[in-house]
Design a protein around this ligand. Structure first.
Ligand code: PRP
Length: 211
């Protein structure tokens, strides 16, 4: 039997995923050691391998077949646009992709003004403004702390993830428009889905039963 390889987005998502996997008998003792610097973890008995990567790299590993299965946020799936199957909504990591900004930006959106949009998600922002809103905007890519942009005058609005809304609130910003709901998803390599249909299909069904 060949190894089935899982790519997990580093951090909270990975911890929640392993907790869920335990409920269907998929375990990895090696991964529980918080001090480890290991990059790849094995369950010899079940012939499974797990590795942690930066979230946006998960779809890359899955598309190329370096991982058979990936666990990643819907935001990353939409942004990366990789060829793979999205097979399951895992229900955790729930949040929303939104256009946010100060109250004053409402008018700029309403009148389709040529505004600047700062975001970690340029593809999602472009798709939303150009194809859904039919509004021409200038998109500025940032790598984090996106809420800073409208505060310091880099952009009029941002496209970003909102979970509790407290980052916005504490910085005098608000949700102006909702783009889509987000949560953690399971994705599968297209060839693996055929070649390992039985094993992967069983995992999907077991997970569905506990979700
Ligand atoms: C995310 C997101 C918001 C924040 C939203 O940032 O970009 O900044 O969480 O959460 P809230 O609605 O509960 O306040 P993250 O912490 O992932 O880091 P980043 O700013 O570097 O992207």
């Amino acid at each position: 039997m060949r190894y089935l390889t899982f790519a997990l987005g580093k951090g909270r998502l990975a911890a929640q995923t392993m907790k869920l996997f335990e409920q269907v008998g998929i375990t990895c003792e090696e991964m529980k050691d918080e001090k480890t610097r290991k990059l790849i973890f094995v369950n010899e008995e079940l012939k499974l391998k797990f590795f942690l990567s930066k979230g946006p790299d998960v779809p890359t590993y899955v598309e190329y077949g370096a991982a058979d299965v990936g666990i990643v946020g819907k935001d990353t799936i939409l942004e990366e646009g990789r060829r793979m199957y999205e097979v399951l909504d895992l229900g955790y990591g729930k949040c929303r992709m939104c256009v946010c900004g100060p109250e004053s930006a409402k008018e700029l959106l309403k009148h389709q003004e040529l505004i600047r949009v700062a975001t970690k998600y340029p593809h999602i922002a472009k798709e939303y403004f150009y194809n859904q809103r039919h509004q021409t905007v200038e998109i500025i890519k940032l790598n984090g702390s996106i809420e800073l942009a409208p505060i310091v005058g880099l952009s009029e609005v941002i496209v970003d993830i909102v979970e509790t809304g407290s980052t916005l609130k504490e910085n005098g910003l608000q949700v102006l428009e909702e783009i889509c709901p987000l949560s953690a998803r399971m994705v599968v390599n297209q060839v693996s889905m055929k070649m390992e249909n039985e094993r992967i299909g069983k995992i999907i069904n077991d997970l569905k039963a506990v979700l």
